[in-house]
Ligand binder design. Structure first.
Ligand code: 2M8
Length: 478
């Protein structure tokens, strides 16, 4: 299994970064890169550092780390929505030309990023509206320009960087941490300020894609209020449905709304000022915010290595934990729920992101007990065979095939196992680890898995499944 997982990571390595999947996701994805680094730490730490550097070279001047950094060598046809959609450079707003990736650059001059990073951005610093929309161009001056999307994903990179460092804490790794630290801090700062739309200390996501759990039922209500950009979708061709079955992916209706939200953000220059007045989708996700907290704790450790003050990071982690505990926990369901900032309502669906606050060590003991009960109940139960599904098994609309609406995902389960260990629930954590390893042993390194049969779904050679398998194999129970 070890060799199989390492081979997938090697095959998905492009020379500067790892793609999630050659067939389905041929660019670099933000939170994938964080999980991938955790696995690369065991087999190729130099690639782990390069991967993280690649991503952060594309960081925007305002601190945001884009959810996709596009590979200029990949054509527009190989992934939708590609760079011309995000930059707004598709001719007349129509379908992108195959050469869009090559022509969509040149939006502006160099801007100085956080920590002295130089990014050839397009002036999308916080608060500046750029008529040309987003799609920051990355780079340190060397190599081709890499355009990006303008939205983010959960900040798991500090956790990844810390894992890579602690597996081999030599001078080269310390140097990498010195380079990354100010950039990771800027990423956190962006989320803590520009994205605190609700004003309570939690970051709001502006698109379901920012959660990483794209079509989770957690967004259904908020999404229903968004107009569907049916005409826009019609002008493009979805690529995902040509690669895997459309029953295993978000629906066209979902996509029409995803495009509508992305266009709204893009056409406002990816500005975050006044989001509450104009943006159609603003939701506080418990998973996203729990991972912000976990990032602060990893930053505290990194700060100690690079000679910075760890105390403010620990304080921020504590503050995020308190906000989550007060604002997103529902005692009637015993778990956390996403809050729609536009309506002030908490979504009632029981989704797996509502269990992720378990990664926070200072979560009140009563909430920890409650999450563990839900996790081990019939809704999410870790049976001897199966890890935790992405949605409540007892829900009427539980769908064992459709992406984040039922199937089992490796990255989420890896985080839940870490959370269980944080709270001393070792027996359950060990069961989860065994179930995850059984799954890949029987089915392969798939993107996601049927929560009943364990059959693999989506991409068959998926990077974070391979990476986190390596980590589980290297980390047996005490
Ligand atoms: C999926 O999301 C992308 C959009 O970002 C897509 O469906 O095209 C999600 O599973 C997300 O969490 C993941 O990071 C990405 C790449 O693996 O794919």
């Amino acid at each position: 299994m070890w060799r199989g997982a390492a081979a997938i990571l090697a095959a998905n390595w492009t020379g500067s970064h790892t793609v999630p999947s050659r067939t389905l996701y041929p660019h670099q994805w933000s939170w994938d890169a964080g999980f991938i680094s955790v696995g690369l730490a065991h087999v190729a730490p130099e690639r782990a550092w390069r991967d993280l550097r690649s991503l952060f070279e594309a960081q925007w001047p305002d601190g945001r780390v884009p959810h996709i950094v596009f590979d200029p060598g990949v054509t527009e046809r190989d992934y939708f929505p590609g760079p011309s959609f995000w930059t707004g450079n598709a001719p007349n707003g129509g379908p992108p030309s195959p050469n869009g990736a090559d022509t969509a650059s040149g939006n502006g001059g160099a801007a100085t990023g956080p920590g002295g990073a130089t990014a050839n951005g397009n002036g999308n610093g916080a608060g500046t509206a750029s008529g040309n929309g987003g799609g920051a161009a990355s780079g340190n001056g060397a190599g081709p320009v890499r355009l990006s999307s303008g939205i983010v994903q959960p900040p798991v990179h500090a956790v990844g960087a810390w894992e890579v460092y602690r597996r081999r804490p030599d001078e080269a790794a310390t140097e990498e941490l010195r380079w990354l630290y100010p950039r990771l801090v800027a990423q956190q700062e962006y989320l803590a300020t520009a994205r605190d739309v609700g004003g309570a200390g939690l970051a709001a996501i502006v698109h379901p894609w920012e959660s990483g759990l794209d079509n989770s039922p957690a967004w259904d209500e908020a999404l229903a209020a968004v107009p569907a950009a049916v005409e826009v979708l019609r002008r493009y061709a979805r690529r995902d449905n040509q690669v895997v079955s459309s029953n295993h992916r978000p629906t066209d209706d979902d996509y029409a709304r995803y495009l509508s939200i992305a266009l709204s953000y893009r056409d406002a220059g990816y500005r975050d000022a006044d989001l509450a007045d104009r943006h159609p989708f603003l939701v506080e996700c418990p998973g996203f915010n729990a991972l912000r907290g976990a990032a602060e704790l990893a930053l505290a450790r990194i700060a100690e290595v690079v000679g910075a003050d760890p105390a403010p990071h620990r304080e921020r982690a504590g503050a995020i934990t308190r906000c989550l505990a007060e604002r997103l926990f529902d005692p009637t369901t015993g778990m956390f729920h996403a809050l729609d900032v536009r309506t002030g309502r908490r979504n009632q669906a029981r989704c797996v992101n509502g269990l992720l606050p378990l990664v926070l060590p200072e979560l009140p003991a009563g909430q920890v007990d409650s999450l563990v009960d839900v996790l081990d109940s019939a809704r999410f139960g870790v049976t001897a065979r199966m890890p935790v599904p992405s949605y409540d098994r007892c829900a009427a609309d539980f769908d064992p095939y459709r992406y984040w609406r039922g199937p089992v995902w490796f990255n989420i389960n890896w985080l839940l196992r870490a959370g269980l260990r944080t709270h001393g629930r070792d027996e359950l954590a060990d069961r989860l680890r065994s179930a995850l390893l059984d799954l890949v042993r029987d089915s392969g390194f798939y993107e996601y898995f049927h929560p009943g049969s364990g059959a693999g779904i989506g991409s068959p050679a998926f990077s974070w499944t391979a990476a986190l398998t390596l980590d589980l194999l290297a980390d047996p129970p005490d």
